[in-house]
Design a protein around this ligand. Structure first.
Ligand code: KG4
Ligand code: ZN
Length: 344
């Protein structure tokens, strides 16, 4: 068949993902997360994540094969995330992928994690085909990136990214200072439900006119986090109670506002009427609602893949390799290594 059967391996952060696709058809999306092991540290601990991948890979592979009914020997190609991500975590996946490809005698495709997030969209069987060009906003605990996608298999341009914390990381850190558990995103979301988003005007990072000249598509969330911390400290020093719901809602509004404003600015600047969202922070209802509402006002169509494909997973990695194979791309040599700062 012209449709390649591809096994994808993803280990760039705390999710061990094994995905199996045939062409654009999803056969398995198996994910094991070490999130619980990081909870008491309030964030992903690289060494802990790497060890967890070593333990989780083999069982995840067994599950993916069983679920898809695919025999390992029938796989046409192996794909793996080679970066960006946590170096030690990436190395586990890269090592496993090389061993598998060599032992199976099958080609190996090293792919970029961020481009993989975009490729997740093509596995959405409900959605019409992805059209180009499209602007993509990827928001997770590890990255916050704005990309211009002219072609998934060869023309993806990084427009901007976070200069400090990722948006999900900001949610996690602010949750922590409000005494909410990890991961903070869902907790802030829950607390914000009864809060007033206009109660406190928190800063929108890199949004002043002077910043927009140089960092039009870049993000910064550390100033926002500090502003929340200072606001809470001042309240505490005054012996006042902390209105957690209002702080959560106002913080969430600041993050959502800046994400949506910059993504739609890119759509306007490049005259692109399409915006694709990806990454675990897309679980945020407010982010989806504001993006949909403001995009509609601007005549921009928003695509949001199912959440199981938005968070880190191996299926998107397999999907990207499948596209590369169908477009005639040659496989990688075995000389590549993990590259924690791999560009798109
Ligand atoms: O893509 P993802 O599952 O993986 C990593 O980046 O590791 O994203 C996880 C991040 C965490 O920072 C989490 O707090 C955030 O996404 N997150 C959310 C929500 N659900 C998860 N952030 C805001 N609102 C949410 N509802
Ligand atoms: Zn990711």
């Amino acid at each position: 068949s012209a449709e390649p059967l591809v096994l994808g391996i993803e280990t760039s952060c705390d999710e061990t993902g094994i995905g199996i696709v045939r062409g654009r058809t999803l056969l398995s999306n198996t994910i094991a997360s070490s999130m619980d092991e990081h909870a008491r540290y309030g964030g992903v601990v690289p060494e802990v994540a790497a060890r967890a991948h070593l333990e989780a890979l083999q069982p995840a592979l067994e599950t993916a094969l069983a679920e898809s009914g695919v025999a390992l020997a029938d796989v046409d190609a192996v794909a793996v995330t080679s970066g960006p991500g946590l170096a030690g975590a990436l190395m586990v996946g890269v090592g496993a992928a090389k061993s598998l490809a060599v032992s199976l005698g099958k080609p190996l495709y090293a792919v970029n994690h961020l481009v993989g997030h975009i490729a997740a969209d093509i596995l959405d069987a409900e959605a019409p085909p992805l059209e180009y060009p499209t602007v993509a906003l990827l928001v997770s605990g590890g990255h916050t990136s704005l990309l211009l996608v002219r072609d998934l298999t060869g023309d993806v341009e990084m427009l901007g990214e976070t200069m400090d914390d990722a948006a999900g990381e900001a949610f996690d850190k602010v949750a922590r200072l409000l005494g909410l558990p990890y991961p903070g995103g869902p907790e802030i979301d829950r607390a914000a439900a009864t809060g007033d988003p206009d109660a406190i005007r928190f800063p929108r990072g890199l949004s002043r006119a002077s910043d927009m000249a140089k960092h039009r598509y870049d993000f910064s969330f550390s100033g926002l986090k500090t502003a929340v911390a200072r606001w809470v400290e001042q309240r505490e020093a005054a012996g006042a109670e902390i209105p957690v719901a209002d702080v959560a809602a106002s913080f969430r509004e600041a993050v959502v506002d800046v994400l949506v404003t910059k993504a739609l600015a890119a759509c306007r600047d490049y005259d692109v009427p399409r915006l694709l969202l990806g990454g675990g922070v897309i679980a945020n209802r407010r982010l989806r609602d504001v993006a949909l509402e403001r995009a509609a006002e601007q005549g921009v169509t928003v695509r949001i893949p199912p959440l199981s494909l938005c968070t880190d997973n191996g299926a998107m990695i397999a999907a990207l390799a499948s596209e590369l194979i169908m477009s005639g791309r040659m496989p990688s040599t075995l000389q590549f290594g993990a590259d924690s700062t791999l560009p798109v």
